[in-house]
Design a protein around this ligand. Structure first.
Ligand code: COA
Length: 268
């Protein structure tokens, strides 16, 4: 069956995509539902990431939520009503946004502009950096619904902030402010709400100027730290380090340093 012209020109109904140089800004666009993640948003997000992952003109992806209230207020709770465990399992094992983010080869930055709860917090946890507005708040309130985090929260939050703080957040369902999130290591930095976009774009643009190959190797190597033992991680790091030596970007980076100029990386 052929798609309508409209659906081809605008294949994403719940997401906005803006390109600023080598930075792609994805906005989850359901502000009236505090950008809650429904099945459609997850599916579109995974699809959009696949597109951006294959696009050499994109170096870094930034994800945020529409409006000034929420980053993402969690999974769409309305979709939970009446759902059986088998249906829920099928939904979660289907095309997963969290898995797409986790395996995304380029840096992803969460620009957290408000409520960052449940699946929203898990989505931020699946990003590489989290930059928060001073008005943002964080939490895993699933326990209040009689469920637990299911988008990687029990694992990624624990690896990021340690078992004690992770257990506290997941068992109490308490919401913490941005300063507390920073203090426990959940976010990389907190900036005034009015500076959030400028600061995030400045960092994203700076990262996007680096060698895409080196960024990819660096991401893979750092992610190994929580997925392998130390000996295996150190061994793989050597392989990934050595692999950078097969790139033109490595020659350019070293030459530029020796010639006292700024490198021009090409991703080759
Ligand atoms: N899923 C579905 N709908 C949601 C939602 C979610 N996670 N979070 C908010 N919404 C909807 C509300 O139902 C409401 O819809 P309505 O206007 O049709 O009634 C709308 O978004 C606005 O929410 P509201 O609660 O009025 O906004 P608020 O600014 O006063 O409060 C929150 C915002 C985020 C504190 C509150 O909405 C909330 O607690 N949401 C649920 C958070 C949660 O438990 N997440 C984990 C899910 S597993």
């Amino acid at each position: 069956m052929s798609q309508s012209k409209e659906s081809i020109s605008n294949p994403y109904e719940t997401l906005l995509l803006e390109r600023r140089g080598r930075v792609a800004l994805i906005t989850i666009n359901r502000p009236e539902k505090r950008n809650a993640l429904n099945i459609q948003t997850r599916e579109e997000g995974a699809r959009m990431l696949e597109e951006l992952g294959n696009d050499d003109s994109v170096g870094v992806v930034v994800i945020t939520g529409a409006g000034d209230k929420a980053f993402i207020a969690g999974a769409d709770i309305a979709e939970f009503a009446g759902r059986t465990s088998l249906t829920q399992r099928a939904v979660m094992l289907g095309r997963s946004l969290f898995t797409a983010m986790d395996s995304f080869p380029k840096p992803i930055i969460a620009m957290v502009n408000g409520f960052c709860l449940g699946g929203g917090c898990e989505l931020a946890l699946a990003c590489d950096l989290r930059i928060a507005s001073d008005r943002a708040s964080f939490g895993q309130p699933e326990i209040n619904l009689g469920i637990i985090p299911g988008g990687g929260g029990t694992q990624r939050l624990t690896r990021l902030v340690g078992e004690g703080k992770s257990m506290e957040l997941i068992l109490t369902g308490d919401i913490i402010d941005a300063a507390t999130a920073f203090n426990i290591g959940l976010v990389n930095m907190v900036v005034p709400a009015s500076d959030l976009e400028a600061k995030t774009m400045e960092i994203a643009t700076r990262i996007a100027e680096k060698s895409p190959i080196a960024l990819r190797m660096a991401k893979e190597a750092v992610k190994l730290a929580s997925r392998s033992n130390l000996d295996e991680g150190l061994r793989r790091e050597v392989d990934l380090f050595a692999l950078c030596f097969s790139s033109e970007d490595k020659d350019e980076g070293v030459s530029a340093f020796l010639e006292k100029r700024k490198p021009q990386f090409k991703g080759k």
